[in-house]
Design a protein around this ligand. Sequence first.
Ligand code: PEP
Ligand code: MG
Length: 754
Amino acid sequence: MLDLLRRVVQEVNGAADFYEALSIIVTRVKGALDIDVCSIYLKSPRSERLVLMASEGLRQESVGQVEMEVSEGLVGLVASRAEPINLENASEHPRFRYFPETGEERFLSFLGVPIIQQRKLLGVLVVQHHKARRFDNEHVSFLITLAAQLSGAITHAEFTDEIASETPMVSHVNVEAIGVAGAPGVAIGRAVVAYRLADLDSIPDREAPGVEEELARFAMAVNATREEIEGLKARTQALLPAEEGALFDAYLLLLGDSLVHRTETRIRTGQWAPGALRDTVRESVRVFEDMEDAYLRERGADIRDLGRRILSHLLPAEDAEGDFPEGGILVGEDLTASHLAEVPIERLGAIVSARGSGSSHIAILARALNVPAVMGVSDLPVSRLEDRELLVDGYRGRLYVNPGPELRAEFMRLVREERELEDGLRTLALQPAATRDGRPVPVMANSGLLADIRPSLQSGAEGVGLYRTEVPFIIRDRFPGEEEQVEIYRQILASFDPMPVTLRTLDVGGDKALPYFPVREDNPFLGWRGIRITLDHPEIFLPQLRAMLKASVEHHNLQILFPMISTLEELKESLILLNRAREELLDEGLPVPMPKVGVMIEVPAAVYIVEALARRVDFLSIGTNDLVQYLLAVDRNNARVANLYDTLHPSSIRALELIAEGARRTGKPVSVCGEMAADPAAIILLLGMGMDSLSVSVSAIPRVKWVIRSFTTDRAEALLAQCRLLENPEQIRSLLNNALVQAGLGGLVRAGKN
Ligand code: PEP
Ligand code: MG
């Protein structure tokens, strides 16, 4: 059964289109179980009715014709109850409704299971048998398991179909894909799909500039591949037994055969060679994977390998940057910082990634560059998006494909308003950040790139509240040496001197992996990350501390911040190492001053020992991104639970108050450097709690200043007191949004989570 399940899901995932996916499901299920009918009913997004979309066993004329309300028939009952219904004789059930066009009067037994994805009913999977019998437990379990696994594949196939339809019908306009907010802002532009070399699945659809040239290019790639295989065969002949050597003959046979012809046929329809090859390979792989014989099934892998080889000869001729259009939207399966290096940033309109989240690196970079980003759009059929017009809403994490005129006009208005807001805010940049009653609440920059320095200064940052040193570590292919680090840190200290610059020690692990220092764990966020790694590796930690201190010899504005502290012991050990690094440098004759030292409060354990921590350092910095994920037990990178990640949860507000109270009792300043500090509604609460400074992405600085300058401390405290009485984040947000509107900041409300 497991094997069957795996194969069905795999085949559905590889289906060329939505209808093929449905047909695979009904054919395979009917073929594998002892049943007479397998059908799929799906809920139409427009009419909300259940429509028979595919069947093996019912009359084919009824497919697409039979429809019912969720309140009708047995299929409707499965849908409305959201649980399986197993009947020996369906016609005796009071909810039975007979559709003559299906010819289902012959079938007595009925088993229906709902297909649900993230609480949303997609449809119902039904099996029937002509004999009156209850389906046994094994059948029920199999169908439930299959339906649960298929929901993602069905959504994906449905989405692909909607956007790829040649003749978009009304329903194919404004196709919405849901992800998570990566970087704020809205954008309209054409998709440019980033593909990974030699990865067939990441190849986008693209029109070939000329069919004849494309055919010639493909022929050359095939020839080059043939020569390569012949060369491999010759080289390995003496080493391999004859049967293994025969593998190369099989490859050569496949090359001379239909793989080439079918790809050429596809190229003749206008598709570029890599796209045509991708489809042919997928088709062939499916044929092999369908085979009962395990040996033959494995041959699918050979075809894939062959496809990759041909692809590698096709792609180098392509310019990786391509003709990136003005305002182009970079789309990819799993975009990384290195993809960004390949595109002309000045022309980049937005970023969309099928994986990742708001705290993925590319999202952090997007915020620094002021480019909207949507992450974790898991239903996204990336390869189908090339050159399509996309609307990106980086505030809400939404993407719209094939926009209709009304939605496009609405987005144009939003883009215009954003621009006006930005222009208006620019004048605020150099004004001090103080509440209306004159309490200064400096706004600093979160950074991790040297490229951020100029924009940070221009945006009116009053220092750097968080410099994520892991960024220079991640974009290299080895640990940067001490001197390399000194150079980076010195530049940033010099640029902001005399304003404070807070360098955070290396915080890798969790979702931030170093390519050259892989850490594999079942629970990376609860594992070896941040200070836990650096304390275990003094040979990495000490050179970093030394580099920071050396950089501060000429500039006395250094502050050092330790991440992920969860015990007092970790802080004490970190301080010992910092003192040791300083002693070493003093011994070497360098007059390094003692910097201010801070600790990040981003683990719930630290909240409850905040006073003990605060007594031993100069300042506290609250990392709300992690603190909220740990408090609410919601992975900050998981799009499935992104709706539960709410910084305005009463628990997170209470935790922040505890930290602020602890800091006040010890007389130590406290800053907030997580994304929450850039959320206009949340800022009011942070002001009410008495936070001393905020640190946010460069692009958010002017708006944060605007909020600070619009409220008095008394008003913020009063609003905080009102929020304490509310029980859920939605009520809290709505109260604060109203306060923003009343204060004349309605333009910022959309930027909040809604
Ligand atoms: C945080 O956790 O809030 C934080 C600022 O650190 P990072 O996002 O780099 O984990
Ligand atoms: Mg953190």
